[in-house]
Design a protein around this ligand. Sequence first.
Ligand code: ARG
Length: 459
Amino acid sequence: MKLWTGRFQKEADPKTNDFNSSISIDSRMAQEDIEGSIAHAEMLGKCGIIAESESEKIVAGLRTIAADLESGALAIDPDAEDIHTFVEQVLTARIGDAGKRLHTARSRNDQVALDVRLYLKKRCAGLKTQLKELLAVLLDLAEKHADAVMPGYTHMQRAQPVTFGHHLMAYAEMVLRDIDRLSDAVRRMDVSPLGSGALAGTTYPLDREMTAELLGLSGVTRNSLDGVADRDFCAEIASACAICMVHLSRLSEELVLWCSWEFKFIELDDAFSTGSSIMPQKKNPDLAELIRGKSGRVFGDVTALLTMMKGLPLAYNKDMQEDKEAVFDAVDTLSLCLTPLVPMLSTMTVLRENMRAAAAKGFINATDCADYLVSAKGVPFRDAYKITGTLVAKCIEKGLTLETLPLSEYQAVCASFDEGVFEAINLEKCVNDRKVQGGPAPENVLAAVKAARAVLETL
Ligand code: ARG
């Protein structure tokens, strides 16, 4: 049965119902819809807008619906137009006329704006828990490998020595920002739009603050048009998910590279790898690839939301029904990707000796050689740079490294060189000396892990 009987002389065509219905998407907000209705009914009763006895009946009825949905005793009718209609109809069927008073001073427009907020608030709390787990794994790994020397890259070329712990802590920083971004979006979303009505508020003397308080929300929206027409919170949460997916995707890309034979910096656990149907030797990082692949759909969700909103006049327009599919997909996808990523990281084997061996190739201590000439011998940096470049070319020609090139060859290019250069270009020393704030030295990594753990405690 439609909510709008009275004005209409004909039943809706089934094609209208099918196209218009949102029950397949919004049924997942059933519990939040009921929570919102309970708070609204309690407030209506307390404010004397409906009788206290009716308010109590409504609340009790709604509680039975919530319990029956939870236990499976009540199934959601797929033919209902949306979850709001379904709950109200079941309520009226169960408690009779009192059920018809629930929608006093409310519209589905402010109702849906509330439900989505309540639902997303819960989902964001879940995402935050998952991100904290990811952070904890990154911190454990970083601590364990604080002194594992590996090549740092720019342009995908070996550049300067870093530590694996430092590399992982870069991702820990991203995850910390991701958590902060989600919390920030939730803080702005944490207000009740109930009382905005369809668009123009209501003439009933509602206590909007009371409803918000009953729902554990921190305040109320300030403008009735904005209260029903705002979907910034969907765009913000989807954007926070999208930025987080960029980070997961970059990490996944590195996992894919690192477990290739060309790198062999890590070995994924068999339980988080896949094989090939034809090539018996293969062990594939499918999960990391899928995470990288799924990032695209979350970026699409953000685009869908922004595009859906950009031309809409105030206030509610049916286009906005499309908000849920997009923002739900964003949170679902992020959650789905975090689920295998955390154990995949915690079970992987880190091949430190291969990282160290890769760091010994590619002249990643060339900057340190130039810095030695500057600090120990007073050579201007630009000259030191050129001298070192000449030495690197010489090494390449002879198939040597800066460590194996004889001192006489150094001195042939610049007489200032002495034995001290070999200590200066020692990879461990190169890394240990990079203890500038934010640098990769093992002591910095351990301090960064400690600081991040302290932050994690407060999240
Ligand atoms: N299913 C609708 C949505 O998700 C609920 C609000 C409907 N309001 C309306 N006036 N048709 O947006």
